[in-house]
Design a protein around this ligand. Structure first.
Ligand SMILES: [Fe+2]
Length: 170
Protein backbone atom coordinates (compact mmCIF):
# COMPACT_ATOMS: atom_id res chain seq x y z
CA UNK A 1 0.00 0.00 0.00
CA UNK A 2 2.70 2.48 1.06
CA UNK A 3 4.79 1.35 -1.89
CA UNK A 4 1.94 2.01 -4.31
CA UNK A 5 1.38 5.54 -3.05
CA UNK A 6 5.12 6.27 -3.20
CA UNK A 7 5.11 5.09 -6.81
CA UNK A 8 2.07 7.26 -7.54
CA UNK A 9 3.82 10.25 -5.96
CA UNK A 10 6.83 9.65 -8.22
CA UNK A 11 4.62 9.39 -11.27
CA UNK A 12 3.01 12.65 -10.23
CA UNK A 13 6.40 14.45 -10.36
CA UNK A 14 5.68 17.58 -12.40
CA UNK A 15 7.38 18.21 -15.72
CA UNK A 16 10.43 20.49 -15.59
CA UNK A 17 9.26 24.05 -16.11
CA UNK A 18 12.17 26.47 -15.59
CA UNK A 19 11.59 28.61 -18.67
CA UNK A 20 14.06 26.76 -20.92
CA UNK A 21 12.47 24.68 -23.68
CA UNK A 22 12.90 20.91 -23.76
CA UNK A 23 14.88 21.23 -26.97
CA UNK A 24 17.27 23.80 -25.50
CA UNK A 25 17.67 21.80 -22.28
CA UNK A 26 18.61 18.73 -24.34
CA UNK A 27 21.11 20.70 -26.47
CA UNK A 28 22.73 22.27 -23.41
CA UNK A 29 22.88 18.93 -21.55
CA UNK A 30 24.59 17.42 -24.60
CA UNK A 31 27.21 20.17 -24.66
CA UNK A 32 27.73 19.90 -20.90
CA UNK A 33 28.18 16.13 -21.25
CA UNK A 34 31.02 16.79 -23.69
CA UNK A 35 32.51 19.30 -21.26
CA UNK A 36 32.21 16.74 -18.43
CA UNK A 37 33.95 14.05 -20.52
CA UNK A 38 36.72 16.46 -21.55
CA UNK A 39 37.25 17.64 -17.97
CA UNK A 40 37.34 14.09 -16.62
CA UNK A 41 39.77 12.94 -19.30
CA UNK A 42 42.07 15.89 -18.65
CA UNK A 43 41.81 15.22 -14.90
CA UNK A 44 42.95 11.61 -15.42
CA UNK A 45 45.82 12.54 -17.74
CA UNK A 46 47.02 15.23 -15.30
CA UNK A 47 46.92 12.78 -12.38
CA UNK A 48 48.75 10.20 -14.51
CA UNK A 49 51.47 12.78 -15.24
CA UNK A 50 51.70 13.65 -11.52
CA UNK A 51 52.53 9.98 -10.90
CA UNK A 52 54.87 9.43 -13.83
CA UNK A 53 56.80 12.66 -14.34
CA UNK A 54 60.61 12.34 -14.18
CA UNK A 55 63.64 14.58 -14.72
CA UNK A 56 65.18 17.74 -13.25
CA UNK A 57 61.79 19.52 -13.11
CA UNK A 58 60.25 16.69 -11.07
CA UNK A 59 59.43 18.72 -7.95
CA UNK A 60 57.88 21.67 -9.80
CA UNK A 61 55.81 19.56 -12.18
CA UNK A 62 54.77 16.94 -9.63
CA UNK A 63 53.40 19.75 -7.42
CA UNK A 64 51.93 21.76 -10.30
CA UNK A 65 50.11 18.73 -11.73
CA UNK A 66 48.67 18.00 -8.29
CA UNK A 67 47.21 21.52 -8.04
CA UNK A 68 45.77 21.11 -11.52
CA UNK A 69 44.25 17.64 -11.12
CA UNK A 70 42.71 18.66 -7.79
CA UNK A 71 41.03 21.62 -9.48
CA UNK A 72 39.80 19.46 -12.39
CA UNK A 73 38.48 16.80 -10.00
CA UNK A 74 36.44 19.43 -8.15
CA UNK A 75 35.19 20.87 -11.47
CA UNK A 76 33.43 17.75 -12.75
CA UNK A 77 30.78 17.81 -10.00
CA UNK A 78 29.10 21.17 -10.78
CA UNK A 79 29.08 20.29 -14.51
CA UNK A 80 27.37 16.93 -13.85
CA UNK A 81 24.89 18.50 -11.46
CA UNK A 82 23.96 21.21 -13.96
CA UNK A 83 23.12 18.43 -16.46
CA UNK A 84 20.84 16.89 -13.78
CA UNK A 85 19.21 20.25 -13.07
CA UNK A 86 18.33 20.45 -16.77
CA UNK A 87 16.55 17.09 -16.47
CA UNK A 88 19.11 14.84 -18.16
CA UNK A 89 21.26 11.95 -16.92
CA UNK A 90 24.94 12.76 -16.37
CA UNK A 91 27.40 10.46 -18.14
CA UNK A 92 29.79 8.76 -15.70
CA UNK A 93 31.51 5.76 -17.23
CA UNK A 94 34.79 5.31 -19.10
CA UNK A 95 32.83 4.03 -22.12
CA UNK A 96 30.63 7.16 -22.21
CA UNK A 97 33.50 9.53 -21.54
CA UNK A 98 35.58 7.84 -24.25
CA UNK A 99 32.80 8.43 -26.77
CA UNK A 100 32.09 12.02 -25.73
CA UNK A 101 35.53 13.51 -25.15
CA UNK A 102 37.45 15.54 -27.72
CA UNK A 103 40.73 14.74 -25.92
CA UNK A 104 42.96 11.77 -26.69
CA UNK A 105 43.57 9.24 -23.92
CA UNK A 106 46.86 9.61 -21.99
CA UNK A 107 49.77 7.88 -23.77
CA UNK A 108 50.40 4.31 -22.57
CA UNK A 109 54.10 5.00 -22.05
CA UNK A 110 54.87 8.08 -19.92
CA UNK A 111 56.26 10.86 -22.14
CA UNK A 112 59.21 13.11 -21.20
CA UNK A 113 58.39 15.96 -18.79
CA UNK A 114 58.10 18.75 -21.39
CA UNK A 115 56.04 16.53 -23.69
CA UNK A 116 53.64 16.07 -20.76
CA UNK A 117 53.40 19.86 -20.46
CA UNK A 118 52.73 20.15 -24.20
CA UNK A 119 49.97 17.52 -24.02
CA UNK A 120 48.36 19.37 -21.11
CA UNK A 121 48.48 22.73 -22.94
CA UNK A 122 46.61 21.12 -25.82
CA UNK A 123 44.20 19.45 -23.39
CA UNK A 124 43.28 22.68 -21.62
CA UNK A 125 42.82 24.43 -24.96
CA UNK A 126 40.59 21.60 -26.21
CA UNK A 127 38.37 21.84 -23.10
CA UNK A 128 38.20 25.63 -23.59
CA UNK A 129 36.98 25.09 -27.18
CA UNK A 130 34.31 22.64 -26.00
CA UNK A 131 33.08 25.12 -23.35
CA UNK A 132 33.14 28.03 -25.80
CA UNK A 133 31.19 26.12 -28.44
CA UNK A 134 28.32 25.69 -25.95
CA UNK A 135 28.28 29.31 -24.83
CA UNK A 136 26.04 30.79 -27.57
CA UNK A 137 23.49 27.98 -27.09
CA UNK A 138 23.30 28.61 -23.33
CA UNK A 139 23.23 32.37 -23.88
CA UNK A 140 20.41 32.18 -26.43
CA UNK A 141 18.32 30.06 -24.03
CA UNK A 142 18.95 32.56 -21.18
CA UNK A 143 20.57 29.72 -19.24
CA UNK A 144 22.60 31.96 -16.91
CA UNK A 145 23.74 29.17 -14.53
CA UNK A 146 25.29 27.27 -17.46
CA UNK A 147 26.77 30.45 -18.96
CA UNK A 148 28.27 31.29 -15.55
CA UNK A 149 29.72 27.79 -15.20
CA UNK A 150 31.19 27.99 -18.70
CA UNK A 151 32.72 31.39 -17.94
CA UNK A 152 34.39 29.99 -14.82
CA UNK A 153 35.72 26.94 -16.69
CA UNK A 154 37.00 29.06 -19.60
CA UNK A 155 38.88 31.29 -17.17
CA UNK A 156 40.59 28.30 -15.52
CA UNK A 157 41.46 26.46 -18.75
CA UNK A 158 42.81 29.51 -20.53
CA UNK A 159 44.87 30.58 -17.50
CA UNK A 160 46.25 27.06 -16.98
CA UNK A 161 47.10 26.74 -20.69
CA UNK A 162 49.05 30.02 -20.44
CA UNK A 163 50.94 28.88 -17.33
CA UNK A 164 51.86 25.53 -18.89
CA UNK A 165 52.75 27.16 -22.20
CA UNK A 166 55.13 29.52 -20.37
CA UNK A 167 57.17 26.48 -19.27
CA UNK A 168 57.79 25.65 -22.94
CA UNK A 169 58.92 29.13 -23.94
CA UNK A 170 62.50 30.40 -23.75
FE1 LIG B 1 50.39 12.41 -5.05
Amino acid sequence: MAKTSAKKALQASPAINIGISEKDRAAIAKGLSRLLADTYTLYLTTHNFHWNVTGPMFNTLHQMFMTQYTELWAAVDPVAERIRSLGHPAPGSYAQFGKLTSLPDAPGTPPKALEMVRILVQGHEAVARTARELFPIADKASDEPTADLLTQRLTVHEQTAWMLRSLLEE
